[in-house]
Design a protein around this ligand. Structure first.
Ligand SMILES: NC(=O)C1=CN([C@@H]2O[C@H](COP(=O)(O)OP(=O)(O)OC[C@H]3O[C@@H](n4cnc5c(N)ncnc54)[C@H](O)[C@@H]3O)[C@@H](O)[C@H]2O)C=CC1
Ligand SMILES: CC(C)CC(=O)C(=O)O
Ligand SMILES: [Mg+2]
Length: 355
């Protein structure tokens, strides 16, 4: 099979880990006789530097014409004081909107050999395996107005959703629960927010369509606590954009590192974009020590969702597991008795495990 994959390396470690995923995909294409054609485009800070905009038109066009998109990460201190429309993050939000990537699936599953790497107690995180379904193209990150008012003495951000936007992500979450353990936890702030009240009503309405799925509602503050005190109670969690953003970084602690958490950003019908949950990590960028596994597992999700290549996706996941079972780890994964490797070495180990 052939496939056109657009790479959006972005900034900081984004540009380091995306080539790790490419190496792994090349190993997969060799082993399983596929032919992936890669092309790279600018997004984020690098696009501001090269094109004067965080999301050049040619990047959007290339993504729309691709079979799938892999994205590293955007952002960094160099652009932190730019005006809002010239920030790298605008590029990321822009491509999500342009491709209508409303559903961000973030699986959180610890590898048995990494239990020690989490600061949480092993008996708490053991067997945790959940999926965060995050709405990705609405809510506070997109609502207008979002600006300073009253001569800079006040500020407004807007949390806006249409009913349709809520319905489609909630449907996606119910469908995801049906493919897993039939348990859906809807996370909201319905004791305060009007948007959350509507969200909860829709979940209640929709549950009639999915009779096999058990539904809980949990307020987001309590959800944050339960996620790290009793994570095995969760199967699928569904929530709006910002809550999902925050909860998924928190959930990464179950896996030992933010550098372990992959994601798939999916449209109703169209190209998918696959991106690690982490950002550009300016504190370690350029040192060659970033953990490439979140990016590599995102590439596995791409094979599964965009190319229907389950065997190949599993081959990547098994390769990652076998390397971790041999006690190799990057610096973010604490392991006093393990073998510390850098980004390139970790990638090569995974490539070797596939070949
Ligand atoms: N999807 C994206 O492109 C995202 C971009 N950002 C941007 O990234 C920049 C930095 O944001 P931060 O808040 O520092 O979040 P971050 O996710 O980049 O880093 C948080 C911490 O996790 C560590 N970390 C993250 N990924 C890692 C990996 N693969 N291997 C080892 N350690 C890893 C970092 O070193 C840092 O200590 C900002 O400009 C922010 O806007 C943040 C989140 C997502
Ligand atoms: C620009 C941010 C919304 C990116 C982020 O933190 C994320 O998607 O996880
Ligand atoms: Mg985030």
């Amino acid at each position: 099979m052939t496939g056109k994959i657009v790479l959006l390396p972005g900034d900081g470690i984004g540009a380091e880990v995306i080539y790790a995923a490419k190496d792994v995909l090349e190993a997969i294409s060799k082993k399983y006789h596929h032919s992936f054609e890669f092309s790279s485009y600018d997004i984020g800070g690098v696009a501001i530097d090269n094109h004067g905009t965080p999301l050049p038109d040619e990047t959007v066009t290339a993504c729309m014409q691709a079979d799938a998109v892999l994205l590293g990460a955007v952002g960094g201190p160099k652009w932190d004081n730019n005006p809002s429309d010239l920030r790298p993050e605008r590029g990321l939000l822009g491509i999500r909107k342009a491709l209508d990537l409303y559903a961000n699936l973030r699986p959180v599953k610890g590898f048995a050999n990494l239990l020690h790497a989490s600061p949480l107690k092993e008996d708490i995180i053991k067997d945790s395996d959940l999926l965060i379904v995050r709405e990705l193209t609405g809510g506070l990150y997109f609502g207008q107005p979002s600006k300073r008012i009253d001569n800079g003495n006040a500020v407004v951000d807007t949390l806006a959703y249409t009913k349709k936007e809520m319905e489609r992500i909630i449907d996606k979450a119910f469908q995801s629960a049906e493919l897993r353990n039939n348990h859906l936890t809807s996370v909201d702030k319905a004791n305060v927010l009007e948007s959350s009240k509507l969200w909860r009503e829709i979940v209640e309405e929709k549950k009639k369509d999915y009779p096999n799925v058990t539904v809980d509602h949990v307020l987001v503050d309590a959800a944050a606590m339960k996620l790290i005190t009793n994570p095995t109670q969760f199967d699928v969690m569904v929530t709006e954009n910002m809550f999902g953003d925050i909860l998924s970084d928190e959930a990464s602690v179950l896996t030992g590192s933010l550098g372990m958490l992959p994601s798939a950003s999916l449209a109703e019908d169209g190209v998918g974009l696959y991106e690690p949950a982490h950002g550009s990590a300016p504190d370690i960028a350029g040192k060659g020590i970033a953990n490439p596994i979140a990016m590599i597992l995102s590439a596995a999700m791409m094979l599964r969702y965009s190319f229907n290549m389950n065997t190949e996706a599993e081959a990547i996941e098994k390769a990652v597991e076998s390397v971790l079972n041999q006690h190799y780890h990057t610096a973010d994964l604490k392991n006093d008795n393990g073998k510390l490797v850098n980004t390139k070495e970790m990638t090569q180990l995974i490539v070797n495990a596939i070949s």
